[in-house]
Design a protein around this ligand. Sequence first.
Ligand SMILES: [Ca+2]
Length: 207
Amino acid sequence: MTVFKLKVFVFLFVLQASTYLNAAVVQNGGFENGLANWSVQRNTDFAGDPIRVVPQFEGYAPTDGASFALLRSSLANTYNVLSQAVNLKAGDRLAGSAFFKTTDYMPYDDDAYIRIVELDAVLFSSRVSAVGDYGGTSWTNFEFAIPTTGTYTIELAIRNAMDGAAPSYLGVDNLRAVPEPTSMATVSLASVFLLGRLKRLRKKWAR
Ligand SMILES: [Ca+2]
C-alpha cells in the first residue's frame, strides 16, 4: 500500500468514525454537567427554581454518574420543560431512565412525560391517577428505535394539574443514543483493517 493510499484510507476512516460518533451522542444526557446543552423552559414559583440537577432525591440515586435531572411541577396547567435536538440514524435506539413521584392526590392529576416531538413518540409517562395518591414509580428504563434518520427533539416535561400546590417530580438520567449495530461494526472493522495496514507499513519501514 502506498503512503498516498494509506492517507486516503485514514481520511475515509476518520470521516466514517466521526459520522458515527456525531450521530450517537446525546449531549450531557447523564446531567453530570449541570443543565449544559439543554434548553430550559421553567416557571419559577414560590418554591423557587423547578428544574434542577441533584445528587439524590428521597430514595432515588443517579442511575449514571453522580447526578440526575429533577423537574418539579410548579404553575397550574403549565409544563416545565427540558429539551435537546439530537441527530439520530435509522436503527439507533434512544435509551434512558426516569421516575415519577408525587406529593399530590386525585383529582389533582399532575402528569409528566418524555417524548420525541417530531415522532410524537412517548418514551415514558406517568401521572397521579396512574401511581395513586402520594405515589410514585421506581426508576424505569426505556428504549426507542428511531425509524428514520433525522434531527429529533427530546422533550422532558412535568406540570401541575388544576392548581399550583403539592408538586410532582420527574427524575431523568442516563439519556443516550445506542448506535445501530451495523454502523458500530463498520467502524470496528475499519479499525482492525487500518491497524493491520499500519503494522505492515511499520515493518516495511523498519527493514
Ligand atoms: Ca447522571
